[in-house]
Design a protein around this ligand. Structure first.
Ligand code: ATP
Ligand code: MG
Length: 335
C-alpha cells in the first residue's frame, strides 16, 4: 500500500471549518486505502512563538479533533511531530539543498511576514516549507492530502525530492503527489470571501471554529458577507458570487448533498433562507463533533498514550529513511 502523510499546526485552540472540509475530512476518507500518518505539527507552530503552556494544550486539542473527526489510531498512525526527532534532523539536510531564492518565492511566507513585520518574523517562518518537505520525505510518502494553500509548498517538496534523486542517485527520495480535492480545497473567510479561512486571520469574525460555542457559528454564518448582486440568485459561481458559492460549498460538505441541488432549492428564495438552514446544518455537525472531542480531552492521560504509541510507530518508519539519507549525503555512520 502507498503511504500518505499530512499534518496541521496547533496554532489555535480549535481547528476551523476550512481545516475540516479541506483537509481532515479528506484524511478520513483516505485512511482505508493507504498507510496513513497524521501528525500534529507542533514544530511548525513554533514559527510564530506561541506561549509554551498554550502550545501544549493546543497540541492535545488538535489531536482530539483529529480523533473526533474520525481518524482511527488503529488504522492510521496518529502522532506529534516533536516526538519524532528525525523531522528536525532531516529538515537540516534539506535546508542545505534549498536555494535561498527558491525559499524566498514562497507566497505564504511573503503574506505572513508582511503581517508580522521583519522583527516579528522568525527565520523559522522562512524555513517552514523545508521542515514541511522533511515531514513528507521522511516517510517516503506518495500522497499528501492538503488544501489549495499548500500547493506551492508541495511543489517545493517535489523539486527537492527530484533534486536529491539527481544528486545522490535514484531511490534517495520518493517524489510525492499533492492530493487536493478542488471542490473543497479553499474554504473562504465568511467576512472576506476573497481570502481563505485561516487560523491566523485577524479579527476572526469570518471563521467557524470547530470547538467554539455553536451559537457563535450561527452568528458568523448569518452575518456572512454575500454578494452585492441585486437579483438574489443562488447559484454556484465562485467568480461572480464568491460569498454564496462559499456557503454552498460548506453546506454541501457538512450534509453530503450536491452543491447544484442545494442551489436549485434556494434559488429565488433569498439569501436569508439559505443562511438559516446552513446554520442549522453546521450546528448539527458541530454538536456531536464537540461531544466526541470533549470525551478525548476529558482523559488527557489516555490521549497522551495514543499519541505516544503513534510516535513509536512513526519512528520505526522514519529511522531507516533518515539513515538512508544520511548515508547518501555522505555523513559518516556512527557504527
Ligand atoms: P495558519 O493560518 O496558522 O497557517 P491554517 O488555517 O492555514 O492556519 P494549517 O494548520 O496551516 O491551518 O493547515 C492545515 C491544513 O488545512 C492544510 O492542509 C491546509 O491546506 C488546510 N487548510 C487551511 N485553511 C484552509 C481553507 N480555508 N480551506 C481548505 N483547506 C484549508
Ligand atoms: Mg496554514
Amino acid at each position: 500500500r502507498q503511504r500518505i502523510f499530512s499534518g496541521m499546526q496547533p496554532t489555535d485552540g480549535s481547528l476551523h471549518l476550512g481545516n475540516y472540509i479541506g483537509a481532515l475530512s479528506q484524511w478520513i476518507a483516505l485512511q482505508d486505502s493507504y498507510d496513513a500518518l497524521y501528525c500534529v505539527v507542533d514544530l511548525h507552530a513554533l514559527t510564530v512563538n506561541p506561549d509554551p503552556a498554550l502550545l501544549r494544550e493546543r497540541t492535545r486539542r488538535t489531536a482530539a479533533q483529529y480523533l473526533a473527526g474520525g481518524i482511527d489510531p488503529e488504522r492510521s498512525v496518529l502522532f506529534v511531530q516533536s516526538h519524532v526527532a528525525a523531522h528536525a534532523e532531516l529538515a537540516w539536510l534539506l535546508s542545505c539543498q534549498t536555494g535561498f531564492g527558491e525559499a524566498s518565492r514562497m507566497t505564504q511566507f511573503k503574506d505572513k511576514s508582511a503581517k508580522q513585520g521583519s522583527d516579528g518574523t522568525t527565520v523559522g517562518l522562512f524555513t517552514y516549507p523545508v521542515l514541511m518537505a522533511a515531514d513528507i520525505l521522511l516517510y517516503d510518502a506518495a500522497l499528501v492530502p492538503v488544501g489549495e494553500d499548500q500547493r506551492q509548498h508541495l511543489e517545493l517538496t517535489r523539486d527537492l525530492a527530484q533534486r536529491l534523486n539527481t544528486r545522490f542517485g535514484d531511490g534517495t527520495a520518493v517524489v510525492p503527489e499533492a492530493h487536493i480535492v478542488k471542490a473543497v480545497a479553499k474554504i473562504q473567510d465568511l467576512q472576506d470571501p476573497g481570502a481563505k479561512m485561516s487560523k491566523s486571520s485577524t479579527g476572526g469574525k469570518g471563521v467557524v471554529w470547530l470547538l467554539e460555542d455553536p451559537k457563535k457559528a450561527v452568528k458568523a454564518i448569518k452575518s456572512a458577507v454575500t454578494d452585492a448582486d441585486e437579483s438574489y440568485g443562488v447559484r454556484f459561481d465562485p467568480v461572480a458570487k464568491p460569498g454564496i458559492s462559499n456557503l454552498l460549498t460548506i453546506f454541501s460538505a457538512v450534509t453530503g448533498r450536491d452543491v447544484d441541488e442545494i442551489a436549485t432549492e434556494y434559488d429565488g428564495r433569498g439569501y436569508g433562507y439559505l443562511k438559516v438552514d446552513l446554520a442549522d446544518a453546521v450546528v448539527a455537525f458541530l454538536e456531536p463533533f464537540q461531544a466526541r472531542a470533549n470525551t478525548y480531552l476529558a482523559d488527557p492521560a489516555q490521549l497522551d498514550k495514543v499519541l505516544a504509541d503513534g510516535a513509536d510507530r512513526a519512528r520505526e518508519i522514519a529511522q531507516p529513511v533518515l539513515e538512508r539519507l544520511y548515508e547518501r549525503f555522505g555523513l559518516l555512520p556512527a557504527r
